[in-house]
Design a protein around this ligand. Structure first.
Ligand SMILES: [Fe+2]
Length: 395
């Protein structure tokens, strides 16, 4: 076994508990966003999930998990009921630490029953658990961001963002051809990255940086959010109904200046940093606006996720990992897809209403930063540290 894996798992548990310890008992169990469980639930769910796979599935010991599956299996309990059902924070964190330390000891000194189980071939289970928990850490950062947004931290005094006068991106040329997409690293890969497949692409151009805050402000100041013509019908209805006028994490101070709220509090908006907190609908409205208002961008579009992956695997794509980047295409199964390690990890989201995102945000853990990793959300979601990059045909 790769000895660094249990250490990584331990580090992840430590990170989770330290994110939790900054909160009061009430905040620990508060649901801050309709799509997000309370922070404390994530901590307990991760301990539950690893205990389920390790003890119930591998060692046939359901003594812990059978008593808690009503609370920690998402299908069994609605989000609003999760917070009130948690034990007091101190007690809960102590329980989480105890159980995860016991699990860690099993991972560190594996018995022969563990070693020979098919799920452990090439350290699959540990890698799966580390990546599962890593995704929850990012979701916990979303919870903390929503909490800060509700606390409305006051504006940082320095630095106000001003809109770009001209939108200007460097584009890189990528030659078309046949390429492999998906992950060949089977024990690391999630089911939706498999099986690896060959695809064909025409020549394409990708911007060398994601769309910036200053450019997004130019879209806002051009009244992009108020003009129907930049939005598809679904997007326009969503925008009006929800009174969307700016990225989710932006706040307007008393002097009409924007600043940003992160999981840690208020920050000035860096003009060149990637815009974050936008939906697929907004990304597409920005594209339409730019097509209409900038001659050199009249053919721009969002990248297809295969273009993104091929460009990233070439090593030439810059400034990835600042935001999840919306891709133009729907999340879909690769030919030969097989659900693994359980039926509903990816499959329910092949519903023609989820779009792929690639890259990763500043909250994305190293274990899930890879070219082939696929994220997926409905087109109206914007609590997810998402932005966009521009693509163009070559002629
Ligand atoms: Fe989970």
């Amino acid at each position: 076994m790769n000895k660094t894996l249990p250490k990584q798992l331990q580090q992840i548990h430590t990170t989770m508990r330290s994110m939790a310890r900054q909160l009061s008992d009430n905040d620990y169990r508060t649901q801050y966003h309709q799509d997000l469980s309370p922070l404390g639930w994530h901590v307990g769910h991760c301990v539950f999930i690893e205990t389920y796979w390790l003890r119930e599935i591998i060692f046939n010991d359901p003594s812990i998990t059978s008593e808690l599956d009503w609370l920690y299996i998402p299908e069994n309990i609605l989000k609003p009921k999760r917070g009130p059902a948690l034990p007091p924070i101190k007690e809960h964190l102590q329980w989480c630490e105890k159980i995860s330390n016991e699990n860690l000891a099993i991972f560190e000194q594996p018995s022969s029953a563990y070693i020979t189980h098919e799920l452990n071939a090439k350290d699959y289970l540990l890698k799966f658990i580390i990546q599962h928990h890593s995704q929850h850490i990012e979701t916990m950062a979303m919870v903390l961001t929503q909490r800060q947004l509700q606390l409305k931290p006051s504006s940082p005094s320095k630095n106000t963002l001003s809109a770009s006068e001209e939108i200007n991106y460097d584009f890189k040329y990528y030659s078309g051809g046949k390429f492999d997409v998906g992950s060949p690293l089977e024990p690391d890969a999630f089911d939706n990255e498999l099986p690896p497949q060959q695809i064909e692409l025409s020549d394409f151009l990708l911007s060398d940086s994601p769309v910036s805050n200053a450019d997004w402000l130019a879209f806002i100041e051009a009244h992009g959010y108020q003009q129907n013509k930049y939005w598809g019908q679904d997007g326009w209805e969503w925008c009006k109904e929800n009174k969307i006028t700016q990225p989710e994490s932006w706040v307007n101070d008393n002097h009409a200046n924007f600043y940003e709220v992160t999981s840690l509090g208020a920050n000035p908006l860096n003009p060149v940093a990637a815009v974050s907190g936008i939906s697929y609908f907004e990304a597409n409205a920005f594209i339409k606006w730019l097509q209409e208002n900038s001659i050199q961008h009249k053919n721009i579009r969002l990248p297809h996720e295969y273009e993104w992956e091929v460009a990233d695997k070439s090593g030439r794509l810059n400034r990835t990992g600042e935001v999840w980047e919306w891709c133009e295409n729907l999340f879909h199964p690769y030919p030969g897809f097989k659900a693994f390690p359980y039926e509903n990890y990816s499959k329910p989201w092949f519903d023609n209403n989820h779009f792929s995102l690639r890259g990763g945000s500043k909250y994305t853990q190293p274990s899930i930063r890879r070219s082939s990793f696929r994220n997926f959300y409905n087109p109206d979601k914007r609590h997810i540290f998402s932005g966009l990059r521009l693509a163009m045909p070559t002629s």
